[in-house]
Write a protein that binds this ligand. Structure first.
Ligand SMILES: Nc1ncnc2c1ncn2[C@@H]1O[C@H](COP(=O)(O)OP(=O)(O)OP(=O)(O)O)[C@@H](O)[C@H]1O
Length: 264
């Protein structure tokens, strides 16, 4: 089995309070994994540390995909939609790693972007401004952009938050097609029933790994109870973690790593 991402004893702290604590394990190539756990469990922090957006205080993330083949969808609340850009241009941003930000898009690229919009059910929306869209419509636009990116590793942070059932089902269908194409998909989710139905693998977090593996086994009553207890036991005023925040950032992009830092 080949590995898409390895987490090696990963600790991430904010002002020396751990959001992730000694997390180890790996996401297999082509796997479809839900990251679940109580609020504040470190789920978003884990996606951000894979993307290199937050510093790993100790341990490391080893990625077996080139940065240009990784797609990341943050929570909608973190995206500024006031930028005056059309739906079509927003989808075309999926090509930036191939075309560069300022290269003129070819007719073929534009046609593919229109096809992607049709695939997410947004035919006729190309010239609308992104600011005018509903939350669900905008999430469809972001999925269309990922379709163009042709990513081998796709990270989704709460993709169905504030999204209705019809849109959720349509987007789940796209996620399943990515899985069928052997892409590695990791999504932060809160709906355990949805995870049981659609995600074969799960990682249950409560700052530490509570359980990681087949969804049915991970989401058993005992594990969920343990995750809740661990989250409730967190004392935000506890003595600071001994890990020094000055440690080096250690996110390794194996596709580009040579020698030092390459996987053992
Ligand atoms: N930028 C930040 N500065 C300080 N603390 C932060 C920051 N981001 C997250 N945290 C803290 O780190 C912990 C983990 O946060 P994170 O957002 O990763 O959790 P989560 O599991 O995604 O939560 P939720 O389910 O509520 O979205 C929380 O205690 C949070 O308050």
């Amino acid at each position: 089995m080949s590995v898409a991402i390895s987490l090696e004893n990963l600790t991430v702290t904010y002002r020396r309070h751990p959001a992730l604590h000694h997390v180890s394990g790996h996401f297999a190539q082509g796997s479809l994994t839900a990251i679940v756990g109580p609020n504040g469990a470190g789920k978003s922090t884990l996606l951000k540390s894979i993307m290199g957006l937050v510093r790993c205080n100790s341990g490391r993330v080893v990625k077996h995909a080139a940065a240009s083949r990784i797609a990341y969808l943050p929570q909608q609340a973190e995206i500024d939609r006031s930028f005056p850009i059309s739906v079509l241009d927003c989808v075309l941003l999926g090509y930036w790693s191939k075309a560069g930000l300022f290269r003129r898009m070819s007719r073929d690229m534009v046609r593919r972007a229109e096809d992607a919009l049709a695939a997410v059910g947004l035919d006729g929306f190309a010239q609308r401004s992104i600011a005018s869209l509903s939350v669900g419509q905008f999430q469809r636009v972001l999925f269309a952009r990922i379709l163009l990116q042709d990513a081998e590793l796709i990270l989704l942070d709460e993709p169905f938050s504030a999204i209705d059932t019809k849109t959720t089902n349509d987007l789940l269908h796209i996620i399943k097609s990515w899985h069928a194409e052997q892409r590695t998909v990791i999504a932060v989710l809160h709906d355990y029933d949805q995870v049981r139905r659609a995600f074969p693998q799960s990682l249950l977090l409560a700052r530490n790994v509570v359980a990681w593996g087949e969804t049915e086994a991970v989401l058993c009553h005992e594990n969920l109870h343990r995750a809740r207890s661990m989250a409730e036991a967190v004392d935000e005023h506890a003595p600071l973690c001994a890990v020094d925040a000055a440690d080096v950032v250690d996110v390794v992009d194996v596709a580009h790593a040579h020698g030092e830092g390459a996987p053992r």
